[in-house]
Ligand binder design. Sequence first.
Ligand code: NDP
Length: 310
Amino acid sequence: MTNLTAPPASGGTAALIDGRAASLALRDGIAAEVARLLDATGIVPGLAVVLVGEDPASDVYVRNKGRQAREVGMTSFEHRLPDSTSQADLLALVARLNADPAVHGILVQMPLPAQISAEAVIAAIAPEKDVDGFHIHNAGRLATGQPALVPCTPQGCLILLRDRLGPLDGMHAVIVGRSNIVGKPLAQLLLAANCTVSVAHSRTRDLPALCRQADILIAAVGRPEMILGDWVKPGATVIDVGINRVEREGRTRLVGDVDFAGAATRAAAITPVPGGVGPMTIACLLANTLAACRAQTGQPPTLPLPGDHP
Ligand code: NDP
């Protein structure tokens, strides 16, 4: 039996940060903007999602992204290529999508098979259609404080934090994990939001002591329940980005990188897994696609991008 969808009840004193509700609110706003854009201009934002191979988790992500794009009124283009696809063939598809005026956002689902360089594929995506925000052009713009397409998961974390805490000025945010898709861009967003930011990784000394200093503690590690309850400063806000499948009592369960039960006894608020950051990621992908479409078709921006927050 599997139990992959039920969020845990907090059980401790912490408030639950409900990513499902926040993502629904964001998607409703996007759907309304997409409808207004269609009425005013006849333009429909288009999102192309490319999947190479048959990884089951990637297949679920790609189907969800396509379905949710259609639900907010966008056009979804799904491209499924065999595991044996060459890098040249994938780059040729990316070039066609770059040139297609009906496609405003391009997402190539990671991971890619070994014969394809993810770096080369990301570099080939037109920066203005890079709705994952992984292109060096967007990474550089984010790092230098210029408007950019921002990676979706960090964007989702920032929205949840702002919803919960309001202005983040002066707070100490500790991010555990320094990947290009989560830790580093989130550090840039939180710096821009006037946090004092520490980024920890596998070589960090005395990680528990660093975590105990965090007003905002973010775990993006990929190790089930590694962050223990007594690493959490009483009253802190905990954002758990981790998604780990574990076998427990004969069931496959999703758990985060934080020991939820332990952390919930000390934190003021915490995201559950599932139902926390995960749903925000796709909603932010849709927000990026709408923003990319408006920019490419000469429309002024509507929804603020996280980089634009005061
Ligand atoms: P990566 O594997 O790319 O990065 C993991 C980071 O964790 C690295 O910086 C690594 O350090 C650090 N790390 C590993 N072990 C330790 C340790 N023992 N102590 C301290 N730091 C450690 O992972 P991602 O950033 O891609 O993903 C992280 C998690 O977030 C995963 O569970 C993933 O499934 C989830 N995720 C969830 C998303 C969502 O939508 N909710 C989206 C993307 C990811 P070092 O650099 O030194 O190796």
